[in-house]
Design a protein around this ligand. Structure first.
Ligand code: GUN
Length: 292
């Protein structure tokens, strides 16, 4: 078993991004700039957004965090998004999900200017991705592709089973791994909560992408020898052992699955760190006007 080491790859790519950010500053006279909106104080979202902002600073980007109380109205939020859309000094805008129930995430997603949609959630970006046109690719799938590339994982002709059909990970990942490009050319099976015979399907996978959001959902019986395992799960549980008061668990039972795998991502230290790289790369591409 070998580790797909998100720490190693993300640090390496951050060095490249830092150099490119310096180039942007020299060319256009300002740093690449990511704005993030966080509504409420969900513990997970707080952690993720803080990490996004911290990493922006690390690579020489400007970052702006805009916080709202849970009581913010949908209109207030949409107005603020429109304001940022018109701010020529902001390259990327993300609204951290999930949002409170009274706010429609679809409206929020569609209000963000697709040219600043560095999360890659806007229908224009998703549509362009389907057609293999230049676009912002959702950060987590993008991060996974970079990880596969870094370790030169063979994908052509492989059976990739994705567990979980979310708009953020599973669905876009299925499109990207099926396309006629490296890393792609997989035969993809997209599975979900209504899939029958899930165990048998996963057992036939050369590559497993676990993005279901359930701790230790993928067990060793479900995994064939030498499979490549990509664990997208970040399941937080309270813990008295760790400094943060939380411990993270993947969707894969790492301890028992790892000995069977050829390659596997750890949690933490795997895909989560690569998601940040996807976001930084999209923000950089926006600042450089590489896509739009
Ligand atoms: N919530 C969970 N993942 C993400 C992400 O990649 N972007 C945003 N905006 N919210 C999320």
């Amino acid at each position: 078993m070998q580790l797909l080491d998100g720490k190693f790859v993300s640090e390496k790519l951050k060095e490249e991004i830092t150099a490119e950010a310096a180039g942007v500053l020299a060319t256009i006279g300002r740093k690449p700039h990511l704005a993030a909106i966080l509504v409420g104080n969900d513990g997970g979202s707080e952690t993720y957004v803080a990490s996004k902002m911290r990493n922006c600073e690390k690579v020489g980007f400007k970052s702006t965090l805009i916080r709202y109380d849970e009581s913010v109205t949908e209109n207030e939020l949409l107005d603020r998004i429109k304001e940022i859309n018109n701010d020529s000094e902001v390259d990327g805008l993300i609204v951290q999900l999930p949002l409170p129930k009274n706010i429609d995430p679809e409206k929020v997603t569609e209000t963000i200017d697709y040219k600043k949609d560095v999360d890659g959630f806007h229908p224009v970006n998703l549509g362009r991705m389907m057609r293999n046109l230049p676009c912002f690719i959702p950060a987590t799938p993008y991060g996974i592709l970079m990880m596969l590339e870094e370790y030169k994982i063979e994908t052509a002709g492989k059976h990739c089973v994705i567990v979980g059909r979310s708009n953020i990970v599973g669905s876009p990942m299925s499109i990207l791994l099926a396309r006629n490009d490296y890393p792609g050319n997989c035969t993809v099976t997209l599975t979900h909560s209504r899939t029958k015979n899930l165990t048998e399907i996963v057992q036939s996978a050369d590559i497993i992408v676990a993005a279901i959001g359930k701790k230790n959902f993928i067990t060793s019986e479900m995994v064939k020898d030498s499979a490549v395992i990509i664990d997208v799960g970040i399941n937080r549980e309270k813990s008295q052992i760790t400094k943060s008061g939380y411990k993270l668990y993947g969707d894969v039972d790492f301890e028992n699955v790892a000995p069977k795998a050829s390659w596997i991502t750890p949690v933490p230290g795997g895909v989560g760190l690569m998601t940040i790289i996807g976001l930084l790369k999209n923000t950089l591409a926006s600042a450089k006007k590489e896509i739009y």
